[in-house]
Ligand binder design. Sequence first.
Ligand code: ADP
Ligand code: ASP
Ligand code: MG
Length: 442
Amino acid sequence: MSIVKIMKFGGTSVGSPERMKSLIPLITDNERKIVVLSAMSGTTNSLVEINNLLYAGNITGATEKIELLREKYHGVVDNLYESEQYRKTGHELINSHFGYICNFTTRAFTKVQDKAIVGEGELISTALVHNMLLERGIKSILMPALNFMRIDKDGEPDYYYIEENLRRELRKHDSKSILITQGFICRNAIGEMDNLKRGGSDYSASIIGAVLKVKEIQIWTDISGLHNNDPRFVENTKVIRELSFDEAAELAYFGAKILHPSSVNPARINNIPVRLKNTMEPDDEGTLITSNSELMDYKAVAAKDGISVLRIRSDRMLMAYGFLRKVFEIFEAYKTPIDMITTSEVAVSITIDNPRHINEIAADLRELGSVEVEKDQTIICIVGDFRIQRTGSAPEIFEALNTIPLKMISYGSSNISLSILIDTEKKIEALRLLSKYLFPRK
Ligand code: ADP
Ligand code: ASP
Ligand code: MG
């Protein structure tokens, strides 16, 4: 029996015993599915804090946090299960996971171990939900993600390994229709526990869906689909019912938190529809992402923080060829991807979102000319119809942002998006202005 769909439930969707129970009607249709779960909301943040305290040698602080989190989970167990037997199993499960975390308070802490701690949330949530189903007589299988999910030495999914091992796992449970697994966690190239970065459960779901060529990948969260602006900063945003893979990928990459930045790609390559649904309003149709969706003048706006810009000026660039190659080689040497680029005859500006090697990059670039670095920048990405043969489309954007200094503009490279660099402190104002001008309320 092949897997028909992937259903991924995020942190809020498993955020309390009540929410966990509300998943039951959603996952008990007759289709064979893999259910990918995140940690309960707030858990991964707490685990990251515990990890940081341990790393800083603050054992008392870490122990306090660990115990607070342990108590929270004992409370969850009390309210999740009906029988004494399942409660007992639940408390034992919590103690065993927290016993493992506590181990790190007695050993010297290293960077490798931190990856082991932050993944505990997913291991716990999946075990709790699996037992909840069993208690109610629903046949579910817990399929450990660490048995098949793996990244290579560059941090990319190792698709060959994943497919081989996932199919082997599935063969063990051929007759079962609900298979539960952890999002976010994986093994790295040398077999250690690792993860797909924050928000990575979406990515797990789409990697699994792509490998198994399922009919649909569903991402269940706390909002009814992808909105035309960031609802955390802008009021009266509206859901977009249909998006193309390219549009969704662009929005996810440039900050629409509802989707992990890399999560659209595996679905796009395999042409598998992705549906964004709201666990609290399961009847709402949400957003459907497919290979074709009609272009609109303006569809949505997203913002990505944590951007740094490097401005390189050099007279050697004047009339020269090969200059940009030298610039790019420096970024390549430090494995640092470039987001935006603009050039003039004697200058080039480049943005990056990974500042890890920024000092080394700037030092190497200084061999080519003068270099200025500016941090705390934000890229605003506007998705819409930006085909170059169109006229009269973009003025609303510049009218909207009239009062905001625009540091860089990228237009003409993509049919579907236009990106603008601004100071992060201007982000919320810019997002609100764009909503007012691009999506006026009728
Ligand atoms: P989950 O825990 O289910 O993965 P996330 O918090 O990662 O949920 O993503 C859902 C949240 O993304 C929403 O609650 C919303 O605040 C935020 N968000 C940011 N931009 C958008 C957008 N354009 N459309 C919808 N939600 C967005
Ligand atoms: N629990 C992880 C996080 O909070 C992964 C996820 O929720 O997608 O980042
Ligand atoms: Mg998320």
